[in-house]
Design a protein around this ligand. Structure first.
Ligand SMILES: Cc1cc2nc3c(=O)[nH]c(=O)nc-3n(C[C@H](O)[C@H](O)[C@H](O)COP(=O)(O)OP(=O)(O)OC[C@H]3O[C@@H](n4cnc5c(N)ncnc54)[C@H](O)[C@@H]3O)c2cc1C
Length: 401
C-alpha cells in the first residue's frame, strides 16, 4: 500500500502531485480539494487584469489525467486515521495511503468586533469574484489590514476609481515582510494615488456604512474587506494527533511527527537549523516545499533549504524580496533603471536582497542576487552599490574564486 494521498489542491498540493510523478512514482496519486474548481493560482486574484478577476489554473484537467492524478474536487477531507493510514472524506468514503501530504494552506483571520460579519474575506476565487462584482466606483471601501494583500487590493480598487481607506493597527503599513525603505515608498505611492490611511488604531465596529475606529471616529465604507492575515489550516492535523504550533510541525525533510505524513506550503512550520520552526506564506515557498516533500515521500531524503522569495505588484510598481532582510543587517543601496535595489549583508556576507521598480524591472537583478547569495559571497560593498559594476561579473568572479 504505497498510495500517495494529498489533502489540499492549492499550489503546494497540486505541485506535489506532479512532482511525485516527475520523481518516477508509479503508484496511485490522489489529490483532494475542498474548492469546486480546477487547482488555481491565488496571486492573480489580487492583481486583476483590466479590472477583471483572473482564474489562472495551475494545470488543465488533461494534464492531471495524463499524469495519472486522481483529482477529487469540491470535497473535504474530514479525518485522518494515522494508525490505520486512512483518510475519510466528507461523503463518507475512506482512502488508504502509504504516504499522506497535508497541503491544507491557510485561511483568513477573522475580525472579532461587532458587525465583523459585514467584512469580506479575500483568499479564494469566490472571495475575489464577490468583491469585484459588488464594489461600486461611487461607493467608498475600507480595507482593514495594511499588509501585502490589503495594499494590493487598495491599488486595484483605486484603479477602479473607488475611494479607498486602509485601516492598520500598526504605525505603518507593510511592516511585517517588506523592508522599511520599500514599505515607505509604497505607502507614499498609495497616498499619492489618493488612498486615505488610518494608522495605529484598532476597529470598534463595522456598521452598514462605516468602520468605527477605537477612538470613535468613523471611516465611511459601503464595502469592507478584512485583510488581517491568515492562520495555518491545522485543524485536521491536530485531530489526527500530529504535533502543531503556528503550523503543522515538520522536520527539515518536511515529515511531520508521523513518519508517513508530510506537510508543505502555507500550513507547514519547518524545523530550522538554528532551532525553532518557520512558516512562510508565499507562492514559491509552496511550490518548492511541495517538490521536496514529493521527492521525500517517494524515497529521497532531502532537507528543505530554498531561499525565501516573494513578490508583490501595486499600481505599476513591482517589489521582490529574497532572503530575510533584518534590521541588524548592513544595507547597501544600488540605483537601477526605474527603481532601486537594497542588499543586506550579515558579517560581510550577502544574505538578502530586495528591489522596487517599475513593472518587472528588478526581476533580473533579484535573480542574480539570489545566485550571489547562494554562492556565499562576501562582496565589496562599493562594488555592490555601483550600478556600473555588473552583478553577473560579480557572480562570475565569486564562482571563479
Ligand atoms: C490574494 C492572494 C494574493 C497572493 N499574492 C502573492 C504574491 O504576489 N506573491 C507571493 O509570493 N505569494 C502570494 N500569495 C501567497 C500564495 O498564493 C500562497 O502562499 C500559496 O497559495 C500557498 O499555497 P498552499 O497550497 O500552501 O495553500 P492554499 O493555496 O491555501 O491551498 C490550500 C488548499 O487546501 C484546501 N483544503 C484545506 N483543507 C482541506 C481539507 N480538509 N480537505 C480538502 N481540501 C482542503 C483549501 O481549500 C485550499 O484550496 C497570495 C495569496 C493570496 C490569497
Amino acid at each position: 500500500m504505497d498510495d500517495i494521498v494529498i489533502i489540499g489542491a492549492g499550489e503546494a498540493g497540486t505541485r506535489a502531485a506532479f512532482a511525485a510523478r516527475e520523481a518516477g512514482f508509479s503508484g496511485t496519486v490522489t489529490l483532494i480539494g475542498t474548492e469546486p474548481h480546477l487547482p488555481y493560482e491565488r496571486p492573480p486574484l489580487s492583481k486583476p487584469l483590466d479590472g477583471a478577476v483572473q482564474m489562472k489554473a495551475i494545470c488543465t484537467a488533461e494534464a492531471l489525467e495524463a499524469a495519472g492524478i486522481a483529482y477529487h474536487r469540491d470535497i473535504t477531507a474530514t479525518g485522518i486515521d494515522a494508525k490505520n493510514r486512512t483518510v475519510t472524506l466528507g461523503d463518507g468514503r475512506t482512502l488508504p495511503y502509504g504516504r499522506l501530504l497535508l497541503a491544507t494552506g491557510a485561511r483568513p483571520r477573522r475580525l472579532a468586533c461587532p458587525g465583523a460579519g459585514r467584512a469580506l474575506d479575500f483568499r479564494t476565487y469566490r472571495d475575489a469574484a464577490t468583491l469585484f462584482s459588488s464594489v461600486e466606483a461611487s461607493e467608498p471601501a475600507a480595507i482593514v489590514g495594511g499588509g501585502l494583500i490589503g495594499m494590493e487590493l487598495a491599488a486595484v480598487l483605486r484603479d477602479k476609481g473607488v475611494a479607498v481607506s486602509v485601516i492598520e493597527a500598526a504605525a505603518r503599513p507593510l511592516g511585517r515582510a517588506v523592508p522599511p525603505r520599500f514599505a515607505e515608498r509604497l505607502h507614499a505611492r498609495h497616498r499619492e494615488e489618493g488612498v486615505s490611511f488610518h494608522l495605529g488604531l484598532g476597529i470598534a465596529e463595522i456598521t452598514p456604512d462605516a468602520v468605527v475606529l477605537a477612538d470613535g471616529s468613523r471611516v465611511a465604507a459601503r464595502t469592507v474587506i478584512s485583510a488581517i492575515g491568515v492562520l495555518p489550516d491545522i485543524a485536521l492535523a491536530q485531530r489526527a494527533g500530529l504535533a502543531t504550533a503556528n503550523g503543522i510541525l515538520t522536520d527539515p525533510f518536511l515529515c511531520t511527527s508521523d513518519p508517513h505524513i508530510f506537510a508543505a506550503g502555507d500550513c507547514a512550520a519547518v524545523a530550522q537549523p538554528g532551532g525553532g520552526a518557520t512558516r512562510f506564506e508565499s507562492w514559491r515557498n509552496a511550490r518548492s516545499q511541495a517538490e521536496t516533500a514529493a521527492r521525500n515521500m517517494t524515497g529521497a531524503h532531502e532537507a528543505f533549504a530554498a531561499l525565501p522569495w516573494f513578490w508583490s505588484d501595486q499600481y505599476d510598481l513591482g517589489l521582490q524580496v529574497t532572503g530575510l532582510p533584518q534590521p541588524g543587517h548592513q544595507s547597501i543601496l544600488r540605483p537601477v533603471a526605474g527603481g532601486e535595489l537594497e542588499f543586506y549583508l550579515a558579517d560581510g556576507r550577502l544574505v538578502a536582497a530586495a528591489g522596487l521598480g517599475t513593472g518587472n524591472g528588478v526581476a533580473r537583478d533579484i535573480k542574480l542576487a539570489e545566485m550571489l547569495i547562494a554562492a556565499g559571497i562576501e562582496p565589496d560593498p562599493a562594488a555592490l552599490a555601483d550600478p556600473a559594476v555588473n552583478l553577473k561579473a560579480l557572480l562570475r568572479s565569486a564562482r571563479a574564486a
